[in-house]
Design a protein around this ligand. Structure first.
Ligand code: HEC
Ligand code: HEC
Length: 265
């Protein structure tokens, strides 16, 4: 558990964990390690069962795939007994605490939106654009989403091979757009010799302005939160971090996903 706090607890100016803010959210390698307490930005509140699945398998159907430094953590946990992982999940569910009435209501909205039938058809989905997409930026974002994202994120294909419906994405509801910017820039690389979820990296095909429009649109359409500030700076920093990462990494980021046999939850 102390290990989890190394990333998920904020640090003071001297780099020490702020014990008064245990699990209130921290960062690692330019990824946000989300709050794992009552401040969690996850649209659907975490339960012990969901935490167990996520920590054991590297993904969970209401939350998506563990990426960045969290993928590494899941890799390391794969050598730990299921009972011990279960104990961590139960402990962490207690740290999250019971969701507040407003969170339960927000989760209801997110689940209902996510359960809308998906056309899987990029053109069709561009007409269901953000209800509050009023700026030209958002309109560009809607077009990019329809062309580059909807075919995977609005499909009947099962997780983890399809992307999660973005109403359920913690990244899109989080106070900081960093992890979504990282995901768009890095994608999810294919794993050698294994069937694995894949998302293309868009670093080479999108300008910072396009990613900015896309982020504004995603936030307006898929979250119940106010617009992000500092988006341009976040994208610029994420791109620099990604370039540095690609220069030093011999291997693309390793993401371990375990898919239970068909028919099991
Ligand atoms: C090396 C840093 C690091 C450590 C150690 C770490 N995490 Fe994470 N964790 C992250 C990052 C970064 C993310 C965001 C990943 C993403 O966006 O996919 C994350 C995401 C999560 C999430 C998903 C939250 C959400 O709402 O989507 C959970 C749950 C979680 N971690 C639990 C744990 C637990 C339990 C431990 C200890 C066993 C742990 N983490 C240890 C960095 C870390
Ligand atoms: C080839 C299919 C594919 C395409 C195209 C694609 N994605 Fe993904 N995406 C995935 C898969 C698979 C995942 C991993 C499962 C998950 O976590 O949703 C993912 C994950 C994500 C996540 C993380 C969700 C979370 O919180 O766990 C975000 C955000 C995201 N994609 C955004 C986008 C955006 C924006 C675009 C368009 C620029 C896009 N994706 C295009 C397949 C795709």
């Amino acid at each position: 558990m102390a290990h989890c706090g190394a990333c998920h607890t904020p640090r003071n100016a001297l780099g020490a964990e702020r014990t008064a803010a245990t699990f209130a959210g921290g960062e690692a390698e330019n990824w946000v390690a989300y709050a794992l307490n009552a401040q969690s930005p996850a649209p659907v509140p975490w339960t012990a069962d969901a935490l167990f699945d996520y920590l054991r398998n590297g993904w969970q159907k209401d939350h998506g795939v563990a990426r960045g430094p969290m993928a590494e953590v899941v890799n390391n946990l794969s050598s730990v007994d299921a009972d011990d992982v279960r104990a961590i999940a139960i402990y962490m569910a207690g740290v999250f605490g019971p969701p507040s009435p407003s969170r339960i209501q927000n989760a209801e909205v997110a689940r209902t939106e996510a359960a809308q039938p998906r056309s899987g058809n990029a053109q069709a989905s561009s007409s269901t654009s953000a209800p509050n997409a009023t700026t030209p930026d958002d309109k560009d974002g809607a077009a990019i989403y329809a062309a580059a994202c909807a075919s995977c994120h609005e499909t009947a294909r099962a997780l983890p091979y399809a992307g999660v419906d973005l109403h359920l994405s913690t990244g899109i509801s989080a106070p900081d757009p960093r992890n979504v910017a990282n995901t768009i820039l890095y994608g999810l690389p294919a794993r050698d010799g294994e069937r694995s979820p894949i998302m293309p990296a868009f670093a080479a095909s999108m300008t910072d302005t396009q990613i900015g429009s896309l982020l504004a649109y995603l936030r307006a359409r898929f979250s119940q939160q106010p617009a992000w500030s500092n988006v341009d700076q976040t994208i610029a920093v994420a791109r620099q971090a990604q370039a540095a990462f690609l220069q030093t990494a011999a291997e693309p980021p390793n993401i371990t996903i375990h898919v239970p046999p068909r028919g099991q939850p």
